[in-house]
Design a protein around this ligand. Structure first.
Ligand code: ACO
Length: 326
């Protein structure tokens, strides 16, 4: 068997920034409410001509350069997204064509905000078995396209962006050390885009009812996240006999600062060891974790041999944790 690890990362954020002050002019909200209740101050919004694959492409170029990998070397491309360019073809196929990654098999992965960590988990296993050598995992979202800009309960939360990682073979003892992926489908209704699928195909009525936007029971998702984020961290540590003190960096999904604070206090981890960018980017769903990883590396927060936990939760409801020795 081979060890599988992340050999390069990259991210891309669209230029336009939407601040809480901008939102005050759009819905009945305030900078004070958004900052206190969520920790978010600003988020990036894709330009009208940019779709998810465009953001994914920019992030992928940067990750490939960082990994000194040519697109032709890729065996597999997984794009984790809830906002694909189209229902089909997959965004991964669009990205493959754009990159010229002719050899790569391609698919999209739907696990909400946990999608990138799910992709890391599944992708790493095909390296461990020797099936594949180089894999591109992307988390990319244009949530602004499925946001109800008249609903103050949700429109303040989300942003657009993309992050990517190249997986490859690494030295024994390094790379992905343990994983914990799971789902509780009984909570699916708490976070749903109800229109446009086979249950409620698009009609004038579904458009009028705002069924093509994000519907969320915030408090139910909050409770799930508050339980599952720390639990998944403990699981990945237990599996390899480590404790939280062995961790150099925690990269949590960025949905709400209060959810992150809850995880910090339950895990008893030093706040300096937790990467937080929710103030600048909001919740970018599957893109959060790879954007955080890229920023943390650029800030010199991840050195060879450091143990890092990535942990996320999202639509499904799903959760996923990964423990990686860098
Ligand atoms: N501005 C001002 N007031 C607001 C706003 C706003 N933007 N949004 C809601 N309120 C009001 C509500 O209407 C409510 O008023 P009421 O009491 O008069 O009815 C009041 O504020 C409190 O609302 P709550 O829902 O109780 O607020 P809460 O503290 O639970 O925060 C929030 C809401 C931020 C949504 C929180 O529940 C949360 O973050 N939940 C988790 C969300 C999450 O993680 N989603 C993941 C999405 S992942 C994906 O797959 C895309």
């Amino acid at each position: 068997t081979y060890a599988a690890g992340i050999i390069g990362t990259g991210c891309y954020l669209p230029e336009k920034i939407l601040t809480n002050q901008d939102l005050e002019k759009m819905v009945d909200t305030s900078d004070a409410w958004i900052t206190e209740r969520t920790g978010i101050r600003a988020r990036h919004i894709a330009a009208p001509e940019q779709a998810t694959s465009d953001l994914a492409y920019e992030a992928s170029l940067r990750a490939l350069a960082d990994a000194q990998t040519q697109p032709e070397e890729l065996d597999l491309i997984i794009v984790a997204t809830e906002t694909p360019d189209y229902k089909y073809p997959s965004t991964a196929c669009l990205l493959q064509a754009r990159l010229g990654a002719k050899k790569a098999a391609c698919f999209d992965l739907s696990a909400g905000c946990s999608g990138f960590v799910y992709g890391l988990g599944i992708g790493s296993q095909s390296i461990v078995t020797g099936l594949y050598k180089k894999i591109l995992i992307v988390g990319a979202e244009t949530l602004s396209r499925i946001t109800d800009w008249t609903d103050r309960n949700t429109c303040v939360l989300f942003g657009d962006g993309a992050g990517a990682a190249v997986l490859g073979q690494v030295e024994e003892g390094y790379g992905i050390l343990s994983l914990d992926m799971g789902a509780d489908g009984t909570g699916g209704r708490h976070l749903i885009q109800p229109g446009g699928g086979s249950r409620n195909p698009a009609t004038h009525a579904t458009v009028d009812a705002h069924d093509h936007t994000i519907h969320m029971d915030g408090q139910d998702v909050f409770k799930f996240a508050a339980r599952k984020m720390p639990a998944a961290c403990k699981k990945v540590l237990e599996k390899v006999g480590m404790t939280i003190d062995d961790i150099a960096l925690l990269v949590p999904h960025q949905a709400n600062m209060r959810i992150i604070n809850n995880a910090i206090s339950r895990l008893k981890i030093d706040r300096d060891k937790v990467w937080i960018n929710i103030d600048k980017h909001g919740n970018m769903s599957a893109a959060c974790i790879p954007v955080c990883l890229t920023e943390a590396r650029q800030a010199g927060k991840l050195k060879k041999g450091d143990n890092v936990i990535m942990v996320a939760f999202g639509a499904g409801l799903t959760w996923a944790g990964a423990l990686v020795k860098w």
